[in-house]
Design a protein around this ligand. Structure first.
Ligand code: ADP
Ligand code: MG
Length: 470
């Protein structure tokens, strides 16, 4: 009986309030008894009860009178703590929605608890975490470029809110894995069943929802919702720059969450202090915890990322092809992925093996920004400046270690970074034949693979090439 009555009330209320509010505040309510004219409903917490009374009592009153009649009475039953096994319920002093004593009672409670009870946080109905489950720590490659951020993120994921990294701020350039990293924290927290109340939100979405909630008169719901989260993840906070009202709201949400040891995780495209147009008091709070940067991946990490993506897609590529991509796509992991996808797509269309030539021509649009402008002369200059030798040395016959190595590196980089043929490269560096160039490419490729020092050397030379070709 109580079910039918309550459903009829819900139908009435549903038409009058916004769908999100309805879902948040009314769907969790269970009708548990009806006798005489009195309906008893079970709500998840004291806070819930107060909130409904505060904001929706008139809707409830109308619904109840229209379904039960003028004599309708309402009673609340409150679940104190569902997480501890059986629900413990307390019954609130008999309330009569029709009379004014109700309002009075409410006023006396108002002073008592504007705060959010723990039970409320646990029991709020199904909510969207907005996490994408493909972002895990397992498929995030760790390298020098992200090792601090990685370690801090893992630690936060184990003990959200109970660590010194609150807030945890991850910052770095576009496509370097910030979103992946902060979502991996959220996914891990949920996977380990620490709490379900993990929310990922982009700064844009936060700002838009905030403005909408003001326009629709739903700002209290908005605030309450954010204050009920255990792990709040906000992506790309540079977007808050200049948005004063939004920052103020964040400030208050931050304080509430931080005080109750809830975890806050933020990302930004640069260090917090370099974001213009963010209030000082907010900056100071964002600096309470730990800021960790993510740098562009080094060669070794780029290779590991490519291998891991290939592994995930269940395909293999030639070593030379992997090296070529790792050598040429240097500052954006998203682009690295893009290359692989493009290659695999092109291969399935053409139905042929992916060799270096095919790779170069398929990826020429993506890689053009380096390859196009880059000439053998530029590579030559960079190598000479790195080893402090002259172009004549490089093109000459000397077998001195520095010079011979420089020559081989120059040939290797020319093969990797330009479209020049083996013949052209051989001719450029002192009229050598193509087998000499192949030998150089293999030798340096192997060293680059196995010796960290060699890799660092190449990275350094590539930086010089980049600067020279700008
Ligand atoms: P950002 O948020 O910094 O712009 P994303 O997190 O969106 O970057 O990363 C872009 C893409 O690169 C994603 O598909 C992500 O999975 C991938 N990615 C970034 N860094 C790594 C890494 N270290 N290991 C594996 N994949 C990565
Ligand atoms: Mg991102």
């Amino acid at each position: 009986m109580e079910r039918q009555i309550w459903d009829a009330c819900l139908n009435d209320i549903r038409e009058k309030i916004n769908p999100l509010a309805f879902k948040t505040w009314f769907l969790p309510i269970k009708p548990v008894g009806f006798s005489g004219n009195e309906l008893t409903i079970e709500v998840p917490s004291q806070f819930f009860y107060e909130w409904i009374e505060e904001n929706y009592s008139s809707f409830l009153k109308k619904a109840l009178t229209s379904v039960i009649g003028e004599e309708a009475r309402l009673m609340y039953s409150i679940v104190m703590d569902k997480s501890q096994g059986l629900p413990v319920t307390i019954e609130l002093p008999h309330q009569n929605v029709i009379t004014d004593s109700f309002a009075e009672d409410r006023r006396s409670r108002e002073t008592a608890s504007p705060k959010i009870s723990a039970a409320f946080e646990r029991n709020l109905v199904r909510f969207e975490t907005q996490l994408n489950q493909k972002y895990m720590f397992d498929n995030l490659i760790r390298g020098d470029c992200n090792s601090l951020a990685f370690a801090a993120s893992k630690s936060v994921a184990q003990n959200p809110g109970q660590n010194a990294f609150n807030p945890l701020v991850i910052y770095g350039g576009v496509g370097l894995g910030k979103t992946h990293m902060i979502q991996a924290i959220g996914n891990t927290v949920r996977e380990n069943k620490i709490t379900d109340r993990v929310l990922y939100v982009s700064s844009e979405k936060f700002a838009i929802d905030f403005v909408n909630s003001i326009q629709n008169g739903k700002i209290q719901e908005f605030s309450a919702f954010y204050r009920s989260i255990d792990v709040l993840i906000i992506d790309d906070i540079q977007f808050f720059s200049g948005k004063e009202k939004t920052q103020e709201e964040i400030f208050h949400i931050f304080n509430t969450l931080h005080q109750s040891n809830k975890q806050i995780i933020l990302s930004a495209d640069r260090p917090i202090k370099e974001i213009k147009g963010i209030e000082d008091r907010l900056i100071s709070r964002f600096n309470w915890g730990l800021s960790a940067d993510i740098q562009p991946p080094d060669y070794e990490t780029r290779k590991a990322i490519i291998l891991s993506k290939l592994h995930q897609s269940g395909v293999n590529l030639d070593e030379a092809v992997i090296e070529f991509i790792a050598n040429n796509v240097t500052d954006n992991v998203r682009e690295l992925e893009g290359c692989i996808v493009k290659l695999l797509a092109a291969q399935s269309l053409d139905n042929r093996d992916i060799d270096l030539q095919f790779t170069k021509s398929t990826l020429k649009d993506i890689i053009r920004h380096t390859a196009k402008r880059l000439t053998l002369d530029t590579i030559e200059k960079a190598v000479c400046s790195y080893f402090s030798i002259t172009p004549n040395d490089l093109k000459g016959k000397s077998k001195k270690k520095e010079i011979a190595t420089g020559r081989q590196i120059a040939m290797y980089l020319s093969k990797m970074m330009t479209d020049s043929s083996l013949k052209t490269i051989g001719l450029h560096f002192g009229g050598r034949d193509h087998s000499t160039v192949i030998h150089a490419v293999n030798t340096i490729g192997k060293r680059n693979d196995s010796i960290t020092e060699e890799r660092k050397k190449l990275e350094e030379i590539k930086k010089r090439i980049e600067i020279l070709s700008m």
